[in-house]
Design a binder for this molecule. Structure first.
Ligand code: PLP
Length: 463
């Protein structure tokens, strides 16, 4: 049946949406010419599955993109959103806020570790990491150190697409085309222990953690009086799931305390249960000064993100208006009541169903599944990550860590084959990652692993 045609405008059908002439009207991926040859267009979803416009089913081992934390079509969240529409769907952010935003801020303060207790809402990951940078700079200004403005972050990191968050990010492929980017951003090497950039072996910390030590040296060489913040993802994503050695984040905490530098955790992916704790800050037992979260926070039902800062930092922004402008940052849709209703329902769902325990349990199952595949095929060099955020690095020879030739893009071949076989996961030329909903059952994790197994087998036997 043809869809309704409001005001005489022709609406296209789901099936027509795949035709190239209609795809000319939208930018989806970086290179549309390639993507539009086999476009992936999802029509509906339920629990841990998507169905595309052709009716094909995909197991969602990626929560969309680490977003659908409590599963697709989650009734608690949908009911909460529906109920909120009847009460208040928008409140005036220039002049005030709404009860749900206050309630959600208090809920986040309760579940966040340490004295992380004051919240600023944003709408997405880039907005929130950029806001954290602004908060660090303004905090130092208000605290009488206006010269502290530089931000140290890491190569291979991803903090978002806006100019400030992009400047902090460390992916040349996404940055170079947009340069020059704002100044004041310095980059250091991340702790990629499997391929240590300093040629060392971790071996229980005997390497001396050059990756961390160099960060303190950078602060000192730059002059601590100019450095505002260090921003890191506790577990890096875009570099291939960069799991830090246990000493790494505590060392960053120490350097920050020593040099009056704020520690910012970008937990846009790792936050809200993904690592098996509510925040990765707890997983690694390190409390940052500012914690950014987003993605899974509202389960993908309505976009929202949040920055949670420590009480002493928040207090700096209170004072007489003549001397203190407050935190100069804001967006039209911040603290949106519908998004707040969704986020409250998501967090309640996680707490009441103890989905943190489930993430740990299914995470252990996932890890052992990856280990079995490693033994079966001999092309997995390393398994990294925590809870339901784990990835594998593909190598030609695990003994020598020899990667597959770049032109073979083995990980991309496996990921594409998995898509064809009905599995959505994150893939890159040399690695592949899973981040399924926190609601995933043992049977669903097993089925995801089975499709990965089949896909790896098919790629290896065809080469
Ligand atoms: C760690 C991290 N930070 C920030 C962002 C940016 O989030 P958004 O795409 O919502 O702007 C992302 C997005 O993938 C991310 O993975």
């Amino acid at each position: 049946m043809d869809p309704p045609s409001p005001g005489g405008i022709d609406l296209i059908s789901a099936a027509q949406a795949c035709e190239e002439r209609f795809l000319r009207q939208i930018f989806v991926r970086d290179q549309m010419a390639e993507w539009s040859r086999e476009p992936l267009i999802m029509a509906r979803a339920d629990d841990v599955c998507y169905w595309d416009v052709h009716g094909k089913r995909y197991l969602d081992a990626l929560s969309g993109i680490y977003v659908v934390s409590v599963g697709h079509n989650n009734r608690r969240v949908i009911d909460a959103i529906r109920a909120q529409f009847d009460v208040l769907h928008f409140s005036p952010p220039m002049h005030g806020t709404n009860p749900l935003a206050v309630q959600l801020a208090n809920l986040l303060a309760e579940i966040a570790p340490g004295d992380l207790s004051t919240v600023k809402f944003e709408c997405g990951g880039a907005e929130v990491t950029e806001a954290a940078i602004k908060m660090a700079r303004q905090y130092h200004r208000l605290a009488g150190n206006p010269g502290k403005y530089k931000v140290i972050s890491r190569y291979l990191s991803w903090h978002g697409s806006t100019m400030g968050s992009l400047a902090a990010s460390g992916l040349k492929g996404r940055k170079t085309v947009n340069e020059p980017l704002p100044s004041g951003f310095l980059h250091v090497f991340p702790p990629t222990c499997y391929r240590c950039p300093f040629g060392k072996e971790y071996d229980g910390g005997r390497c001396g953690l050059t990756c961390a030590d160099l960060i303190e040296q950078v602060i000192e060489m730059e002059d601590p009086a100019t450095v505002a913040a260090i921003m890191v993802e506790p577990i890096g994503h875009t570099g291939g799931i960069i799991d830090p050695p246990e000493e790494y984040l505590p060392l960053l905490r120490e350097y920050c305390d020593r040099h009056d530098v704020l520690l910012i955790f970008d937990e846009v992916i790792t936050g809200i249960g993904r690592t098996g704790e509510m925040f990765a800050a707890e997983t690694f037992d390190v409390t940052p000064d500012i914690l950014c979260t987003g993605k899974g926070m509202s389960g993908g039902f309505v976009p929202i993100s949040a920055m949670i800062c420590r009480r002493p930092i928040a207090d700096t922004f209170w004072g007489p208006v003549a001397e203190n402008p407050g935190f100069v940052e804001g967006h039209t849709n911040e603290g949106h009541p519908i998004a707040c209703a969704a986020a409250i329902a998501v967090i309640q769902e996680i707490l009441e169903r103890d989905l943190l325990a489930n993430a740990r349990e299914q995470g252990a199952r996932l890890r052992s599944g990856f280990e079995k595949l490693s033994g079966k095929y001999g092309v997995i060099g390393d398994i990294r990550g925590r809870g339901l955020f784990q990835g594998i690095e593909f190598v030609q020879d695990p003994a020598t860590k020899q990667p597959f030739p770049a032109e073979r893009a083995f990980g991309v071949q496996v990921g594409r084959r998995a898509l064809r076989n009905g599995l959505l996961c994150r893939f890159d030329p040399h690695w592949l990652a899973f981040g399924p909903p926190l609601t995933s059952t043992a049977e669903q994790i097993d089925e995801m692993l089975e499709i990965l197994d089949q896909s790896m087998g098919e790629v290896l036997s065809s080469s």
